[in-house]
Design a protein around this ligand. Structure first.
Ligand SMILES: Nc1nc2c(c(=O)[nH]1)N[C@H]1C(S)=C(S)[C@@H](COP(=O)(O)OP(=O)(O)OC[C@H]3O[C@@H](n4cnc5c(=O)[nH]c(N)nc54)[C@H](O)[C@@H]3O)O[C@H]1N2
Ligand SMILES: Nc1nc2c(c(=O)[nH]1)N[C@H]1C(S)=C(S)[C@@H](COP(=O)(O)OP(=O)(O)OC[C@H]3O[C@@H](n4cnc5c(=O)[nH]c(N)nc54)[C@H](O)[C@@H]3O)O[C@H]1N2
Ligand SMILES: [Mo]
Length: 724
């Protein structure tokens, strides 16, 4: 094969320390240092020189080397020898696996067209080339089906964009200059841990911290004020806030006149949303809504910090659209640390020469696009023309992470579906594969690591040789291209060459940022000015060039042109929020005993009133069900959840019988209003006892562990001073 094997000799000098960066789908993108002895990674720690990581990793990545050297890692290509779903495989050679896969794909493409092949990937590895580069070139040039990846982020971005023209905002580190911080639908201490010291620093300088969340998360507990809203009512809350802000004359009229369109229409719209009129629906006293609005508008700089929680609702985009109107009305964008801070992904990607990496010019235009949210439906749809006949999954575990698991399972069981999975472990999805191909861990491959939670761009250098016969994503696609008989040089471009090309954009934010510098320093901050206030003087990247309180483009698409409550789901039963947990990274880490133990058995948390009504006490084994499926879980009872709301941990958990389960058995594909996402958190369930109480209940472990001092916050009293 004309394929470059990484030479292992270069890894064999006795002791080395090598800088890298975390590749998990997490806003923090930590810098790390790996100590390597005789080619074995012996220690990994947070890079003390990285301004966001500041020497500390997290509850998951502290044990990353266990993951790297875990006995269950897939180290060789595996071929299925048993029925689908049973995970019975035999070892085969790379050559045999590649030849068979290429042959199957070629036959399918010849019979049904290349769109019968669905490459399915998500952000299992986040990085410039391992996440998407040669795969786009290969599958794009073959004319395979495209995938709409909107399970995380695009809905929020689409909602914000309708108002302010972008899904991003200020540099999140500027939070230290804020005086009123709203963590809105984000559980910072669990999901964005390294941001917490900055939140604390803002408070030390006098900021008030408000958390808006239907769950009293660890972050909500640490706030000055927790507004425990009913799920999906945030746009309604924002409308009521605007009612107060307009009525009390707290609008920055000068800012709005100069930099916004549609103010008069908005004023007319919010007239109907007095706090007293929405209080019941939102689940907050009218006086609290009134006070929140007044404090938010009058305490400048004020900062809204939403991440993902709001977008997993059917009205997800509208929720973000409505939120984005608030800092426009108050002129918060004028101030340093004011406005809104969400994902910085777009800021990093704006600076790269991305087309050089993905080569849109070689990708066949006009191919059909399937939405990752609809995987189950599409796999089971016999009328789909052509049907999905081959599925190639990498950097994703849809059996756990995508709604309506029963349907995905039914699809993956199809005898006529040819499934290939590239992963480090035999995941819940890989159990159904015809071939499982071994993937490298982040310390075994090269990548550039842009971050979605800050502006530091890192270079991830491989610290050890790939374990066993594992290959990174880029190498996999070089091998597949070769097996498919392709010869175009751009299908075989090397990793370093692609990274250098991406950095060669000439974008001012990358001025002076070279591959050599990243190699030497590990990370570099994008050259975004320190005191960067993108919209202090307007300049919103919308069609009108102004913030669109009234949106003509939305109207043209058939949506409400003004902020509105959006379609809220109300069904019988309890609304089930299924959130991220401290010891898992989405489905990742769930196969590692330590992390599973710490998360405990699958549990469902109910409000005392809801438990009483159903005759349940803590520790009862219950059946949780709806039209889509059922799970058994242990019942926890606490007022951490609102009445009418239940909470379950997302990830690959084991139930009390020891069976592996995912809460996505209960969720629906339910499309969001726009943006292509899924109303995952608009699931409604019933709960009833099915068994004797279990003796020692581990269900509250998750919270207990979170309550333990988080590494970053315990450090922050001394490390509080940020470079500013
Ligand atoms: N430890 C850990 N960290 C992670 C991850 C992980 O699995 N584990 N996953 C990573 C990923 S992929 C992502 S996208 C980020 C996500 O980071 P976050 O956005 O912080 O996480 P989520 O759990 O999606 O939602 C945040 C909060 O939104 C709340 N919420 C749900 N519905 C509503 C609503 O209608 N209104 C309001 N106001 N709040 C609501 C939930 O109760 C939850 O506390 O975290 C990343 N970090
Ligand atoms: N009910 C519910 N469902 C949710 C959510 C929720 O809050 N509740 N959150 C949603 C969100 S925000 C997200 S982002 C998605 C996440 O959904 P997915 O992106 O499917 O995330 P994971 O389940 O962690 O799967 C990532 C896989 O990539 C693999 N991987 C890691 N590194 C590499 C590599 O270098 N190469 C290859 N080939 N594979 C690699 C990991 O081992 C893992 O199996 O889930 C969504 N689903
Ligand atoms: Mo996500």
């Amino acid at each position: 094969m004309a394929i470059q094997e990484p030479s292992s000799s270069s890894y064999n000098r006795r002791v080395q320390t090598i800088r890298g960066a975390c590749g998990h789908d997490c806003p923090d993108t930590c810098g790390w240092v790996v100590e390597v002895r005789d080619g074995i990674a012996t220690k990994m720690s947070g890079d003390p020189a990285h301004p966001f990581t500041r020497g500390t990793l997290c509850a998951k990545v502290n044990h990353y080397l266990e993951r790297v050297y875990h006995p269950d890692r897939v180290l060789h290509p595996l071929k299925r020898v048993g029925p689908k779903g049973e995970a019975r495989f035999e070892r085969v050679s790379w050559d045999d696996a590649l030849a068979d896969i290429a042959g199957r794909w070629q036959a399918i493409a010849a019979e049904s067209g290349p769109e019968a092949i669905l490459p399915y990937s998500s952000a299992g590895v986040q990085g410039l080339i391992q996440e998407f580069s040669l795969d786009r070139r290969l599958f794009g040039s073959m004319g395979c089906a495209a995938l709409e990846r909107a399970i995380c982020g695009p809905v929020a971005a689409a909602g914000l964009t309708a108002t302010i023209g972008t899904g991003t905002g200020i540099d999140p580190e500027q939070i230290v200059h804020s005086r009123f911080v709203v963590l809105w639908g984000t559980n910072t201490i669990v999901t964005n841990l390294h941001y917490w010291p900055l939140v604390r620093e803002a408070r030390r300088r006098g900021a008030r911290l408000v958390v808006v969340d239907p769950i009293r998360t660890r972050t909500a507990e640490a706030a000055d004020w927790h507004l425990q809203v009913r799920p999906g009512t945030d746009a309604l809350l924002a409308l009521a806030m605007m009612h107060v802000i307009v009525g009390a004359g707290l609008v920055d009229r000068e800012y709005v006149a100069a930099h916004a369109v549609g103010y008069e229409s908005l004023v007319a719209r919010v007239r109907d949303y007095a706090p007293a009129d929405v209080a019941d629906a939102v689940g907050l006293p009218a006086a609290d809504i009134e006070r929140f609005a007044r404090e938010y508008a009058t305490t400048q700089p004020s900062l809204l910090r939403p991440l993902i929680g709001l977008e997993h609702h059917r009205n997800g985009a509208m929720q973000f659209r409505a939120l984005a109107c608030l800092p426009v009305l108050t002129g918060a964008w004028r101030h340093r640390g004011g406005g809104l801070a969400r994902s910085t992904h777009a800021l990093h990607y704006a600076a790269f020469a991305l087309d050089r990496v993905q080569m849109p010019e070689v990708q066949r235009p006009g191919v059909r696009t399937l939405n990752m949210r609809d995987l189950g439906r599409d796999l089971c749809d016999p009328s789909l023309a052509p049907p999905v006949r081959a599925l190639m999954v990498y950097g994703a575990n849809p059996m756990v992470s995508i709604p309506n698991q029963a349907r995905i399972r039914e699809g993956l069981l199809r005898e006529d579906l040819f499934t290939v999975v590239h992963d480090l472990f035999v995941t819940e999805t890989a159990r159904f594969a015809d071939y499982v191909l071994p993937a490298t861990s982040q310390i075994e491959h090269l990548d550039l690591s842009p971050a979605w939670g800050h502006l530091y761009l890192a270079l991830n250098r491989p610290a050890i040789a790939p374990r066993g016969e594992s290959v990174c994503n880029t190498e996999l696609f070089r091998r597949l291209a070769h097996a498919l008989g392709r010869t175009e040089p751009w299908l075989f471009e090397g990793d370093e060459a692609m990274l250098r090309a991406a950095l060669s954009s000439g974008h001012p934010w990358l001025e002076g940022v070279t591959y050599e510098r990243l190699w030497a320093e590990g990370h570099v901050r994008l050259n975004v000015p320190e005191d960067w206030r993108p919209f202090a003087r307007g300049g919103f990247p919308t069609a009108s060039g102004k913030a669109e309180l009234y949106s003509e483009p939305l109207r043209a698409l058939g949506h409400d042109p003004l902020p509105a409550p959006g379609a809220m789901s109300r069904e019988d039963g309890l609304q089930l929020i299924t959130g991220k947990t401290l010891h898992f990274l989405n489905s990742g880490y769930s196969h590692i005993e330590r992390h599973r133990r710490r998360t405990g058995d699958l549990f469902i948390e109910l409000h005392p009133e809801d438990a009483r009504r159903r005759g349940l006490v803590a520790g009862d084994v219950v059946r949780v069900w709806n039209a889509r499926g059922a799970l058994q879980a242990v019942c926890a009872v606490s007022d951490r959840v609102r009445p009418g709301v239940a909470w379950m941990p997302f990830g690959g958990l084991t139930d009390v019988s020891g069976a592996r389960q995912s809460v996505n058995v209960l969720t629906a594909e339910a499309p969001t209003d726009w943006g292509g996402g899924s109303g995952l958190y608009d699931a409604f369930v019933d709960v009833a006892p099915i068994g004797e109480p279990v003796a020692a209940v581990a269900v509250l472990r998750e919270q207990d562990d979170i309550t333990a001092p988080a590494p970053a916050s315990s450090r922050s009293s001394s490390g509080g001073a940020r470079p500013s």
